[in-house]
Design a protein around this ligand. Sequence first.
Ligand SMILES: [Zn+2]
Length: 223
Amino acid sequence: MRSRIRGRGLTVRAEGGRLRSAQARVGQTPAAQAQWVLGFATRNDLGRLRVAERAGLSWELAAFLGLTGPEDLAIGDHDVAECHQWIKAGVDQLVSGQRWRVHLDARSYVLDLSDRQWRPITPVSAPRAFRDRVIREILPVFGRRFRLCGRQKCPHPFIARKRKIYCDSRCSQTERTRRYRATHPDKSHEVYARQQRKKFGPNVVVRRRLSRSDRTSPGPKLL
Ligand SMILES: [Zn+2]
Protein backbone atom coordinates (compact mmCIF):
# COMPACT_ATOMS: atom_id res chain seq x y z
CA MET A 1 0.00 0.00 0.00
CA ARG A 2 1.18 3.54 -0.79
CA SER A 3 1.89 5.59 2.26
CA ARG A 4 2.72 8.83 0.49
CA ILE A 5 -0.29 11.04 0.38
CA ARG A 6 -0.18 14.53 -1.08
CA GLY A 7 -2.57 17.32 -1.70
CA ARG A 8 -5.73 18.62 -0.14
CA GLY A 9 -7.24 15.30 0.80
CA LEU A 10 -4.32 14.56 3.10
CA THR A 11 -6.05 14.94 6.45
CA VAL A 12 -9.24 13.16 5.47
CA ARG A 13 -7.39 10.28 3.85
CA ALA A 14 -4.92 9.92 6.69
CA GLU A 15 -7.81 9.82 9.18
CA GLY A 16 -9.62 7.24 7.06
CA GLY A 17 -6.46 5.15 6.98
CA ARG A 18 -6.10 5.35 10.73
CA LEU A 19 -9.71 4.30 11.23
CA ARG A 20 -9.36 1.39 8.83
CA SER A 21 -6.18 0.09 10.42
CA ALA A 22 -7.73 0.49 13.90
CA GLN A 23 -10.78 -1.45 12.69
CA ALA A 24 -8.50 -4.16 11.35
CA ARG A 25 -6.71 -4.45 14.71
CA VAL A 26 -10.01 -4.61 16.58
CA GLY A 27 -11.48 -7.19 14.18
CA GLN A 28 -14.97 -7.79 12.84
CA THR A 29 -16.29 -11.00 14.39
CA PRO A 30 -17.41 -11.32 18.03
CA ALA A 31 -14.51 -13.70 18.71
CA ALA A 32 -11.95 -11.35 17.17
CA GLN A 33 -13.32 -8.39 19.12
CA ALA A 34 -13.38 -10.42 22.33
CA GLN A 35 -9.72 -11.25 21.71
CA TRP A 36 -8.99 -7.54 21.20
CA VAL A 37 -10.81 -6.63 24.44
CA LEU A 38 -8.86 -9.31 26.27
CA GLY A 39 -5.57 -8.11 24.79
CA PHE A 40 -6.43 -4.57 25.87
CA ALA A 41 -7.31 -5.81 29.38
CA THR A 42 -4.03 -7.65 29.84
CA ARG A 43 -1.75 -4.84 28.65
CA ASN A 44 0.58 -3.59 31.31
CA ASP A 45 2.38 -0.90 29.31
CA LEU A 46 -0.27 1.81 29.25
CA GLY A 47 1.80 4.20 31.35
CA ARG A 48 4.82 3.85 29.06
CA LEU A 49 3.26 4.30 25.63
CA ARG A 50 4.59 6.81 23.14
CA VAL A 51 2.30 9.50 21.76
CA ALA A 52 1.60 7.63 18.51
CA GLU A 53 0.84 4.42 20.36
CA ARG A 54 -1.55 6.19 22.73
CA ALA A 55 -3.32 7.74 19.75
CA GLY A 56 -3.51 4.30 18.16
CA LEU A 57 -5.30 2.98 21.24
CA SER A 58 -7.81 5.84 21.17
CA TRP A 59 -8.52 4.97 17.54
CA GLU A 60 -8.99 1.31 18.44
CA LEU A 61 -11.41 2.23 21.19
CA ALA A 62 -13.31 4.44 18.72
CA ALA A 63 -13.41 1.60 16.19
CA PHE A 64 -14.67 -0.82 18.84
CA LEU A 65 -17.46 1.62 19.75
CA GLY A 66 -18.46 2.00 16.10
CA LEU A 67 -17.36 5.64 15.88
CA THR A 68 -15.56 7.29 13.01
CA GLY A 69 -12.76 8.64 15.17
CA PRO A 70 -11.78 9.41 18.75
CA GLU A 71 -13.07 12.98 18.33
CA ASP A 72 -16.67 11.71 18.20
CA LEU A 73 -16.59 11.13 21.91
CA ALA A 74 -13.44 13.12 22.64
CA ILE A 75 -11.70 9.92 23.69
CA GLY A 76 -8.58 10.93 25.57
CA ASP A 77 -5.88 9.12 27.49
CA HIS A 78 -7.81 9.16 30.74
CA ASP A 79 -10.84 7.56 29.03
CA VAL A 80 -8.60 4.80 27.70
CA ALA A 81 -7.13 4.41 31.20
CA GLU A 82 -10.58 4.23 32.79
CA CYS A 83 -11.77 1.60 30.31
CA HIS A 84 -8.59 -0.36 30.91
CA GLN A 85 -8.94 -0.21 34.67
CA TRP A 86 -12.49 -1.54 34.53
CA ILE A 87 -11.87 -4.37 32.05
CA LYS A 88 -8.60 -5.36 33.74
CA ALA A 89 -10.28 -5.66 37.15
CA GLY A 90 -12.91 -7.95 35.63
CA VAL A 91 -10.47 -10.12 33.72
CA ASP A 92 -8.26 -10.40 36.80
CA GLN A 93 -11.29 -11.80 38.66
CA LEU A 94 -11.86 -14.39 35.94
CA VAL A 95 -8.20 -15.36 35.79
CA SER A 96 -8.16 -15.93 39.55
CA GLY A 97 -11.23 -18.16 39.24
CA GLN A 98 -13.74 -15.70 40.70
CA ARG A 99 -17.05 -14.46 39.35
CA TRP A 100 -17.28 -11.04 37.75
CA ARG A 101 -20.44 -9.11 38.59
CA VAL A 102 -21.40 -6.21 36.30
CA HIS A 103 -24.16 -3.62 36.16
CA LEU A 104 -25.66 -2.48 32.89
CA ASP A 105 -27.45 0.79 33.18
CA ALA A 106 -30.50 1.55 31.06
CA ARG A 107 -29.60 3.44 27.94
CA SER A 108 -31.53 5.98 25.90
CA TYR A 109 -32.66 5.38 22.36
CA VAL A 110 -34.08 7.75 19.82
CA LEU A 111 -36.51 7.16 16.99
CA ASP A 112 -36.07 9.71 14.22
CA LEU A 113 -38.79 9.57 11.57
CA SER A 114 -36.97 11.96 9.26
CA ASP A 115 -34.56 9.18 8.28
CA ARG A 116 -36.50 6.21 9.74
CA GLN A 117 -33.61 5.53 12.07
CA TRP A 118 -33.94 4.00 15.49
CA ARG A 119 -30.64 4.22 17.29
CA PRO A 120 -29.01 4.63 20.64
CA ILE A 121 -28.33 8.22 21.61
CA THR A 122 -24.67 9.04 21.55
CA PRO A 123 -23.49 7.91 24.94
CA VAL A 124 -22.20 10.46 27.37
CA SER A 125 -18.71 9.07 27.75
CA ALA A 126 -16.33 6.58 26.21
CA PRO A 127 -15.88 4.51 29.41
CA ARG A 128 -19.66 4.22 29.77
CA ALA A 129 -20.06 3.21 26.13
CA PHE A 130 -17.18 0.75 26.45
CA ARG A 131 -18.72 -0.92 29.51
CA ASP A 132 -22.13 -1.16 27.84
CA ARG A 133 -20.76 -2.72 24.70
CA VAL A 134 -18.44 -5.13 26.51
CA ILE A 135 -21.22 -6.28 28.84
CA ARG A 136 -23.76 -6.71 26.08
CA GLU A 137 -21.64 -8.21 23.32
CA ILE A 138 -18.28 -9.34 24.62
CA LEU A 139 -19.05 -10.98 27.96
CA PRO A 140 -21.32 -13.58 26.29
CA VAL A 141 -18.30 -14.49 24.12
CA PHE A 142 -16.07 -14.60 27.22
CA GLY A 143 -18.63 -16.94 28.77
CA ARG A 144 -18.17 -19.48 26.01
CA ARG A 145 -14.56 -19.01 25.01
CA PHE A 146 -12.44 -17.46 27.76
CA ARG A 147 -9.59 -19.87 28.59
CA LEU A 148 -6.32 -19.86 30.45
CA CYS A 149 -3.29 -21.02 28.47
CA GLY A 150 -2.56 -24.75 28.84
CA ARG A 151 1.21 -24.27 29.01
CA GLN A 152 2.63 -24.54 32.48
CA LYS A 153 3.67 -21.15 33.84
CA CYS A 154 2.01 -19.13 31.05
CA PRO A 155 -0.36 -16.64 32.70
CA HIS A 156 -2.12 -15.46 29.53
CA PRO A 157 -5.85 -15.83 29.05
CA PHE A 158 -7.11 -16.06 25.48
CA ILE A 159 -10.28 -16.43 23.40
CA ALA A 160 -10.47 -20.00 22.20
CA ARG A 161 -11.31 -20.90 18.64
CA LYS A 162 -12.33 -24.51 18.10
CA ARG A 163 -10.32 -26.62 20.49
CA LYS A 164 -7.40 -24.30 20.98
CA ILE A 165 -5.75 -24.84 24.36
CA TYR A 166 -2.70 -22.54 24.16
CA CYS A 167 -2.69 -18.74 24.01
CA ASP A 168 -0.50 -18.61 20.89
CA SER A 169 1.58 -20.71 18.53
CA ARG A 170 4.74 -20.17 20.57
CA CYS A 171 3.21 -21.69 23.71
CA SER A 172 1.77 -24.51 21.64
CA GLN A 173 5.18 -25.24 20.09
CA THR A 174 6.99 -24.98 23.44
CA GLU A 175 4.59 -27.45 25.00
CA ARG A 176 4.83 -29.86 22.06
CA THR A 177 8.64 -29.73 22.21
CA ARG A 178 8.60 -30.27 25.98
CA ARG A 179 6.33 -33.31 25.66
CA TYR A 180 8.39 -34.71 22.79
CA ARG A 181 11.61 -34.33 24.76
CA ALA A 182 10.00 -35.94 27.80
CA THR A 183 8.90 -38.97 25.81
CA HIS A 184 11.90 -39.22 23.43
CA PRO A 185 14.97 -38.16 25.42
CA ASP A 186 17.40 -40.03 23.14
CA LYS A 187 15.94 -38.87 19.85
CA SER A 188 15.92 -35.22 20.79
CA HIS A 189 19.54 -35.49 21.91
CA GLU A 190 20.44 -37.05 18.57
CA VAL A 191 18.81 -34.16 16.68
CA TYR A 192 20.69 -31.67 18.84
CA ALA A 193 23.98 -33.50 18.34
CA ARG A 194 23.49 -33.46 14.58
CA GLN A 195 22.85 -29.71 14.61
CA GLN A 196 26.00 -29.07 16.66
CA ARG A 197 28.17 -31.24 14.36
CA LYS A 198 26.85 -29.37 11.34
CA LYS A 199 27.71 -26.06 13.03
CA PHE A 200 31.10 -26.90 14.54
CA GLY A 201 32.36 -29.83 12.41
CA PRO A 202 32.18 -33.60 12.65
CA ASN A 203 34.67 -33.96 15.51
CA VAL A 204 32.88 -31.85 18.07
CA VAL A 205 32.02 -33.65 21.30
CA VAL A 206 28.35 -33.16 22.02
CA ARG A 207 27.34 -33.65 25.58
CA ARG A 208 23.85 -34.09 26.86
CA ARG A 209 22.10 -30.83 27.68
CA LEU A 210 20.73 -30.26 31.12
CA SER A 211 17.01 -29.89 31.38
CA ARG A 212 15.83 -26.41 32.28
CA SER A 213 15.07 -27.37 35.90
CA ASP A 214 18.64 -28.67 36.36
CA ARG A 215 20.24 -25.46 35.13
CA THR A 216 20.64 -23.78 38.48
CA SER A 217 23.87 -21.88 37.92
CA PRO A 218 25.51 -20.60 34.77
CA GLY A 219 28.15 -23.31 34.41
CA PRO A 220 30.60 -23.76 31.54
CA LYS A 221 29.01 -23.59 28.11
CA LEU A 222 28.17 -27.03 26.85
CA LEU A 223 28.28 -27.94 23.21
ZN1 LIG B 1 0.57 -19.23 26.64
